[in-house]
Every structure is written in C-alpha cells, then in structure tokens.
Ligand binder design. Sequence first.
Ligand code: ADP
Length: 610
Amino acid sequence: MRLPLQWKVLAGYLVVAGVGLGIAGWLALEVFETRDLKHIEAGLIAESRLAAELFAAPLGRAQPDLREIDMLADRLGEAVKARVTVIASDGKVLGDSYESGDALLRMENHLSRPEVRDALTAGIGLSIRLSSTVGIRMLNAAVPVRSPVPESRVLGVVRLALPLTQIEEQHGALRNALALALALAFILSFVLSFLIARSVTRPLAEMAEAAKRMLGGMFHPRIRPQSNDEVSDLGHALNQMAASIEDKIESLKEDRAKMAATLIAMQEGVMVLAHDGTLRLLNPAMERMIGRHGAELTDRSYWEVIRQPRLNEFIAQALAGGNGAATEIGLGPAPVRTFQVYASSLAEGRDSGAGVVLVFHDITDLRRLEQVRKDFVANVSHELRTPLTAIKGYVEALRDDPKVDLQQRQRFLEIIETHADRLNLIITDLLLLSKIESGQIPMKQEPVELAPLFDRTLALLSHHIHRKQHKIVLNVSRLQGRLLGDEERLGQVFFNLLDNAIKYTPDQGTITIGAAEKEATIEITIEDTGIGIPPKDLPRIFERFYRVDKARSRELGGTGLGLAIVKHLVEAHRGTVLVESSGKGSRFMIAFPIALDTDPAASSTTRNAG
Ligand code: ADP
C-alpha cells in the first residue's frame, strides 16, 4: 500500500508523542497513587494509635463493658470516618463501629485477620483485602491496645479500616484529569506534527509534480522554493537540471532539423539500419529509389524491402562489422540504374552492434557518360579511318601504277577528294560540337524572323529539293521578334533537319515546316513523309555517330553528327528538341522559350515549292 510521506511523518510524530505521553502519565499516576496510599496509611496508623490509647482504659477493666467499648468504637468511627473494630487478645470482637448488638456478638474470631496477627506479633499490622463482614475491599491498620506503663500488657487490638472505594474514587478522578491532560497534549501534538509534516512534504509534492511535468517535456513553470533549507536546495537543483535539459533538447532539436534538412536535400539515398537489420530511416531520395514510402517500411527488415541478393549480402557483411565498405550494384526494374553503395557503422568504434548507415550514390549517368566517351573515341577512330583508308588505297594505286590512264587517274583523284572532303566535314562537325559543348561559340540574342530564315535555308537546299521533286509546305506564323537567338546557328539547326528530311524522304515526298506560339513557347516542327525511324532507335538518334543505317547514311554523305549538333545548338538556346516517328515519316519538334519583352502578333504564310 502506498502511504503518502505526510502521513508517514505524521504517524512517526504521533507514535513518539503517544508513547512519551503514555509513559509520563503512567509514571505520574504511579507516583501519585503510591504517595497518596502511603499518606493515607500513615494517617490511619496514627489514628489507630490514638484509638488504642482511648481503648486502653475500657479494656483494662477487670470486667470490660462491651457496650461502652462498642459505643466508643461507634463515636470514634464517626469522628475519623473509618470503621473502628476492637478485638480482644484472643481474637473475639469486642466493639465495631459498623456492627452492634447481636450482629456484633455473632462476628467471627478476628485472630485470623493478617493485620490483627501482625499487630499482636510485630506491634503494627497493615493489609488491603476484602472484608468478609461488609464485603468490600478495605485498607486495614491495626495496633495493639496496651495497659498503661510500666505494666504495658497487651489488652487487645484496635483496627481502623477505610473502604478502598473511597481511595479508588480519588485516584479515578486523578486518572481522569491526567487522561484529559494527555489527550489535550496528544491533540496538540497531532495538530503540530500535521503542520510540520505538511510544511516538509508540500514542497516535496510540488517538486514531484514539477518533475513529472518535466518528464512530459513541460519545463515551465519552474519550481519556486519558499524556504531556505535542504528542500529549497533540492528545488534549485531541479530548476538547474530543467534548464540544462531544456538547452540540450533545444540543441538536439536544432541538430535534428539540420540533419533532416541535409537528408532531404541529399541526392544520394540514405538508409539507416539497426544492428538486427530493421529499417530505422530512409531519406526521400532513397524512398524514390525503391519506390516505397519510409513510414510503411520502418521496423521491417531490410531483406523484406530489398530483393537483390548481392546487395543483401553486402548489407549482411556491413552489419557484421565491415565498416567503410563500398560496392557497385545495379538496382531497380528496367532500365536498371547503377549505384555506388557505401556502408559505414554507426558504432564509431564502440562496438559492432549499433547498426549501419548505407549511402546509395546513383552513378548511372557517370557510367553512361563513360560509355559514351569510350564509344565516341571508338566511333571517331572508325569514322576517320574509313575515308583515310580509301585515300591511302587510291594514293598507293596511283603511286604503284604509273601507267594508269588519265581518265582513271582523274576518277581516283576525285574519289580521294570526296573522302578528303568527308574527313574535313567530320572534323569540322566534331570541332563545332566540341566548341558548342565547351561554350566557345557565343550565342547572340537577337530577334529572329523565321519565315525569311527558312526561305534562305531552303534556297541552300533547293537543288536537292528539285532533284527529288519534294513538296515543301511552309506554315510559319509571323512572330514579330518573339524568338530571340543566333540566326546563323538556328539556320544551321534548320539546315541539318531539312537536309535529313530531304535525304531520308523518297522522291515526291512532302516536307512540312510549321512554327507557332504555343503557351509560353515557340514550337517549330519539321515533318516529312520519308522512311521514318524505328522506335528502338528514337532515343538514340541525337547521339554522336548514331545512325539507323550506317551504310545508307554514308552513301548519302552523312557524318552521323547532324542531329547531335542540332540538339546542342537548341539547348544552347534553352530550347528542347523531340522526335516522333510512327513507321512512316518523321516529325522533329523544337520548342524555344518566348522572349517575354516583345508583343505577340501573328500572321500565316503557306507556300509550295517543288
Ligand atoms: P546523318 O548524317 O547520318 O544524317 P544525323 O545525326 O543527322 O546523321 O542523323 C542520325 C540518324 O538519324 C540518321 O543516320 C538517320 O538514320 C536518322 N534520321 C535523321 N533524320 C531522319 C529523318 N528525317 N528520317 C529518317 N531518319 C532520320
């Protein structure tokens, strides 16, 4: 059972006060009663002695007069308010203040009474006992009655008896008074000890209350110590503790917020695992990587979430104490992404049972770029080697065979020139690409009118258009300077796209050019009715040297760099280029952001060429 401290302190005080007061009362009562009894005894003895002197004469007569003796006993009894009994030496009762007449004569022999015997043998007798005559407890004092000196013969015994009820009544009153005094003292000590106990326990209860509040994270209001003692010291100490905990919580919160912000901002996926492999934390990047929400995974084991045997093995090793380990792993549904995974122990050298933090760094783009670079080097070498081999072959043929006729020599030299031109074209395109990429070509920001620009570009290609009898549909809105850019470079973009459209569209096809404002962009489309691009090649045709059909491209004089240049130039204008093809025909779409400081106006021109 839980007993409040106040009641414990109170009970302690009360036990001490009760026992102390009880002992003191008992001792006082003992002393009072004993002294009182002694006093009464002494008085009774003295009165007995006096009575013995008075009875000496009547008893000393040769024939004692029993009536006289009894009357004297009655008178004396009346005077001293006690029973007076006169007994002869042989024990016969001669007079008694309580009895007279026949009753007196019938009284039994009193020699058996202890006080009478003591009076005869020792000169004085005292006893407290139940009187057989009157049936109550009496204090008896007996002394011998002697004949006058010198004879001093024992004539009998006179006994004075006081009913004890009288004494007990007096003692009862004394006890009652004492009990009342003790009860008052006890009540007073109860009240006092209650107040004292409360003055000690109340501040303690307040502190316990404050401590509970602090446990729940409420550090205010603080404790206000009232007194100047150990209890108030405790209050001050608790206040200091609260302030220090509050500070620590604040700084922990700050650290936590910083950590959360860092984790949110990180591009790398972060996964924290407890020592038993249960998930403790996933940052948003990690959630995106595994396509699940952290909250639904917390406290699940990592192998329930990650189903990649190699990664699971790596995590198991990290949990077993492999600190600072790193590995490269492909994850996710197709297209698989490549991650560099770092594991580091949370133990910081304490023990290996604290769990691990795993950082997933997405290196797919890095690996892809590496691959692109390798492919590029291989492609460049290959592209350069083909015309060089041809040039070398024809030069050797000319050198080794001086008898080659003039016409054949002319044809060889033309082939050499074509391949040299091709080499030149490739190198020019490569240099251009590399310059665009490294930002060496400054892009002007001037209003570009699309209709005249397309006219000029189509004029450059008119020879091919006529040869293949293509129909050109020009559907270009007048954008009145809404497009800002570098006219020469944009001309190159359109030239490359139109050149491709002409190249990959059979005779009598249609090439449609469109340009219009669409929401916040200017969208330009170049569409043909040509051979189209297979869907599998669509994502790659903007890569350098990528061609759907290498032989055909080369035959048509392509370098495989045209679309790569288009993409880079468009992006340098903060635009985007997309391609669509559905088996027959291709559609290239370029979108440029609108120059906002110009007014919109539109007019449309449609023209046929062919
Ligand atoms: P190329 O010099 O070979 O034309 P590009 O980079 O300009 O190189 O084009 C890459 C490849 O994309 C071409 O080889 C061709 O296979 C395909 N391509 C480009 N434009 C078209 C088009 N309009 N129709 C069909 N295929 C095209």
